[in-house]
Design a protein around this ligand. Structure first.
Ligand SMILES: [Zn+2]
Length: 335
């Protein structure tokens, strides 16, 4: 089922209480979304699907119009996540790394909902949880932007669940920065921020030498600090997980990371799978060949990519201890 903002919040609390993290796959295409749901079903694991500006504006979704892209993305995911086959899996749709001049317009639509009419029936499509790319913001600009998102929800009388980030690629976030960022938003809009992504020593992209700065003590220290600032238990979001070892990922989930973003490795697996498929089948892409149509169709390449991709997604779900947690969450009160 596609979670609303309050169900998403409960899910993050469940993850923190039960020492697991939820894989947040930045799904780059309809086929990738389907594979992620299949892996989640296989593992009985909750799932976060993330979409970023490059998909919303990209050819498969918005084709230049990010809000149209967002409505197509949510509609596609909702059809799948709410179908009988996948309804037992809690699925969160998270907007990730939205930046640039259209940020507030896009995220305003994600929070308030995008009205659509499909074969005469009207519906409102909303994201489950929202974050923006604060990498080019000062701390004060970051506070201002997150506060504006929280204010939009108040003005529209809708619930919102926000992730706030600090400089995720720039080493360990100092305690006073977290106090300022989280404390300032919490004072004006209590309960709106339910995920925090501080710098934990990782970086976006791959790292050949790993992340020696990363350790689970930093995660625990952040959890204690967030509790002190807000009085609430808030889990962490981990960006730049692709270069982390399995051991570090497992420890991170144990220590209080509840959301593990995953993008770089995902793109690599899918693009390399596609390359291998076209290399292996180049001779069939000839109109004289009896199999050229099944080879040329999108289904050909996507079906080839799917098994290895699902294996990898499932493996990561198991590493971060989320296997079996979808049923577990469904049985908790308030879920
Ligand atoms: Zn990120």
């Amino acid at each position: 089922m596609l979670c609303d903002p309050i169900q998403s919040r409960r899910l993050f609390e469940h993850a923190l209480d039960n020492n697991y993290a939820i894989l947040a796959a930045n799904a780059d295409s309809h086929a990738a979304v389907t594979d992620c749901l299949n892996a989640a079903k296989l593992c009985d694991a909750p799932l976060i699907i993330e979409t970023s500006l490059w998909q919303l504006e990209g050819h498969s979704y918005g084709a230049g119009d990010a809000i149209r892209g967002l409505s197509r993305y949510i509609a596609d995911l909702a059809v799948l996540a709410d179908s009988p086959e996948y309804r037992s899996i809690p699925v969160v749709l998270h907007t990730d790394h939205i930046k640039g001049p259209e940020t507030m317009e896009i995220l305003g639509a994600a929070i308030r909902g995008i009205p659509v009419t499909i074969t005469g029936n009207s519906a409102t499509l909303r994201a489950s949880t929202v974050s923006l790319d604060a990498s080019e913001f000062s701390d004060e600009e970051n506070i201002e932007a997150i506060s504006r998102l929280a204010a939009m929800a108040v003005e529209s009388n809708v619930d919102v669940t926000l992730e706030m980030e600090s400089a995720v690629d720039e080493g360990i976030t100092p305690e006073e920065v977290t106090r300022n960022l989280i404390g300032s938003v919490e004072e004006k809009y209590p309960n709106a921020v339910c995920l925090y992504a501080p710098g934990l020593g990782t970086r976006h992209g791959f790292s050949a030498e790993g992340y020696p700065e990363f350790n689970s003590e930093t995660v625990q220290r952040n959890i204690r600090l967030l509790k002190k600032i807000t009085g609430r238990d808030i889990g962490l979001a981990l960006h730049g997980s692709s270069g982390l070892s399995s051991g570090d990922l497992r420890d991170a989930a144990q220590a209080g990371v509840v959301k593990v973003n995953w993008s770089t490795e995902s793109l690599m697996i899918r693009s390399r799978g596609a390359m291998a498929f076209y290399e292996d089948n180049a001779a069939k892409l000839d109109r004289a060949h009896s199999e050229w149509k099944v080879t040329a169709m999108d289904n050909g390449v996507q079906s080839h990519i799917s098994p290895a991709y699902i294996d990898k997604v499932s493996e990561r779900m198991r590493i971060i201890n989320s296997e079996g947690k979808a049923s577990d969450f469904a049985q908790t009160p308030m879920a």
